[in-house]
Design a protein around this ligand. Structure first.
Ligand code: LR7
Ligand code: MN
Length: 545
């Protein structure tokens, strides 16, 4: 029974059901008759709404958020068999869950809906506490107002923390985890709605395997219509060599059903539940990571390497508003550093965090990362990694090649697929795809430290030289070097897209001519000349042949 239902024990069960009103979003039903004053819109007197602000401030529909109610029904998105499964749960005294939510400038109605969904859809015995960390939001009275209301509920325990100065979500979550006292810890964004029965499937998995960490399947909530949609349970999390998160398709084995829990190289985004002790033993989120980004990839790598596993559990569903843009500023990381002129503060922060992951865990494979993100070389790191080295030693963590072999075949296949990859340099400039102009793809040579400098890959098997597998360097009659969509290799026209290496030259297979940059800026095909500087093109990373 949920906490709120328990509060009203003794009342007629029928009465506990939320009143069903048509919902402005047109898809869900709102309720919330347990809220103060029985106010169905759910706000009542206990908390005032956020003052009007532009949509841009939140990057979602604030007006709708304020009107759909603190509680609303959400569609059932998990497989029907999840409802009939009898979950074998650990005794609740051994499985108390602490939920940690850090927020920066979240709309009141949104944060409240997140909390209310937890209170109403979590078995009360297992919901030990909710830790709310206000990461220096502009709204200075929200936490006090929440304390005044939530503090009166008695159970679960609430812990309120306010950062006077912005710490970022990574430190804030660490602080929350350090104060928490449950057996398990769950990190949640501040604009989520947990779906019915979200916790039981997760607890069932972790209670049998103490080193397992689990994620639910994320259901997307549309930032404009607030429509709660069904997320995809056929995807596992992963990342590429530039340390960007990606989803990979999951294939079902004979015994597997779509709703069967499955292992994953990384978490489903940033939402995860694991033993609090195990989280602390792993050193929490790497405290050198700043503000936003990378922390869940870092935790995933160290967890696998140091004896843990990760699973995604499709019977557990949590809705999350996926915003299209950041809703907050990134503090300048390197004021006065020349790099700051080339990278935005958000890019510099993300690159800084990625560099820490590469330096901490990738071992000799970190050269793959630097090949794809040359700008990371210039990011200063001013901290020591003693603690991490100690963790690696004491927990006898595997080296990164173990992760490649046993956890992420996708990442290792990227290694063998390419003969060379990364930026493509000619003298002091790099070949860059600058978009389309007058319906032609623009190929130019620019500074190699440009943050989104094009990454090229020369495929071993096909000889195609492509940007993200999308566009291939091609030669058109009469000998014009262009970018064209990559053709399938069974298409004879794809012959015009094949290249091979001769020393540092790039030779076009069909014509036996070399890629050349004779006029500093315009690519041509000319007769190959041994050691010609204008024909020398170096990839950031050349694989062994
Ligand atoms: O300085 C900040 N301080 C904060 O407390 C910046 C942000 N935050 C809060 C913010 O209010 C929000 O609650 O941190 C949370 C995440 O920030 P978002 O929602 O603006 O970004 P996001 O949705 O892209 O976050 C994803 O990436 C983050 C990288 O650090 C974290 O891993 C988030 O957990 C991750 N979110 C998800 O993957 C969605 C699923 C979480 C759930 C449910
Ligand atoms: Mn989010």
């Amino acid at each position: 029974m949920s906490y709120l239902a328990q509060q009203q024990q003794g009342q007629d069960k029928e009465e506990l059901k939320p009143k069903l009103d048509a919902d402005p979003a047109g898809v869900c039903l709102s309720g919330g008759d347990w809220l103060p004053n029985g106010n169905a819109s759910g706000w009542g007197e206990f908390i005032s709404l956020t003052p009007e602000r532009s949509e841009k401030y939140y990057q979602y529909n604030l007006q709708l958020s304020d009107t759909v109610g603190a509680f609303r029904k959400v569609p059932k998105t998990r497989h029907a068999s999840c409802d009939t499964h009898n979950y074998s749960l650990p005794p609740f005294l051994e499985a108390r869950v602490s939920v940690v939510i850090s927020f920066h400038n979240e709309a009141r109605s949104m944060l409240l809906r997140t909390i209310v969904s937890l209170l109403s859809r979590t078995p009360a015995d297992y919901l030990h506490e909710i830790v709310l960390v206000d990461d220096a939001s502009q709204d200075k009275t929200l936490l006090e107002e929440l304390r005044a209301w939530l503090g009166t509920l008695g159970r679960p325990r609430f812990i309120f923390l306010t950062n006077k100065q912005r710490q970022g979500l990574i430190s804030s979550r660490n602080m929350g985890a350090a104060l928490a006292s449950g057996d398990y810890i769950l990190f949640l964004d501040s604009h989520c709605e947990v779906n019915d029965g979200w916790l039981e499937p997760l607890l069932e998995r972790v209670s049998h395997r103490p080193n397992l960490a689990v994620s639910p399947v994320l259901d997307p909530i549309d930032p404009v219509t607030l429509r709660y949609q069904k997320g995809n349970e056929m995807l596992r999390g992963g990342f590429d060599w530039s340390l960007h998160f990606h989803w990979h398709k999951r294939e079902l084995t004979n015994q597997e059903l779509p709703e069967t829990p499955y292992s994953s190289p990384v978490f489903a985004g940033g939402v995860l539940l694991m033993s609090r002790e195990w989280f602390l033993k792993l050193g929490s989120f790497n405290a050198n990571l700043k503000i936003w980004g990378g922390e869940s990839i870092e935790l995933a790598i160290k967890l696998w390497l140091c004896g843990g596993q990760i699973e995604i559990v499709p019977c557990s569903r949590i809705g999350h508003i996926f915003r299209r843009h950041h809703a907050f500023d990134f503090p300048l990381q390197y004021p006065e550093h020349p790099m700051e002129q080339e990278l935005s503060p958000a890019q510099a922060t993300y690159l800084h965090n990625s560099k820490i992951i590469a330096e901490s865990w990738l071992d000799e494979y970190k050269s793959m990362f630097y090949a794809l993100k040359p700008a990371a070389r210039r990011i200063p790191l001013n901290h020591t990694s003693h603690q991490l080295q100690q963790l690696r030693r004491e927990s006898r963590c595997h080296r990164f090649h173990w992760y490649l072999r046993h956890v992420s075949p996708e990442l290792s296949s990227m290694l063998y697929e390419f003969a060379a990859t990364g930026t493509l340099r000619n003298e002091d400039r790099c070949l860059h795809h600058a978009g389309v102009k007058n319906s032609r793809q623009q190929l130019i040579l620019v500074s190699c430290y440009h943050d989104d400098i094009t990454q090229w890959s020369l495929f071993r098997s096909t000889g195609q030289l492509s940007t993200q597998r999308e566009f291939c360097l091609s030669v058109e009659v009469p000998l014009e070097v262009t970018l064209k969509p990559c053709l399938r290799t069974n298409d004879t026209a794809s012959m015009s897209q094949r290249w091979h290496r001769m020393g540092t030259s790039l030779v076009h297979n069909q014509t036996h001519l070399c890629l050349d940059n004779p006029l500093k800026g315009r690519l041509e095909l000319t007769a190959c000349r041994w050691h010609a500087v204008s024909q020398s093109f170096q990839f950031a990373l050349e694989m062994e042949r």
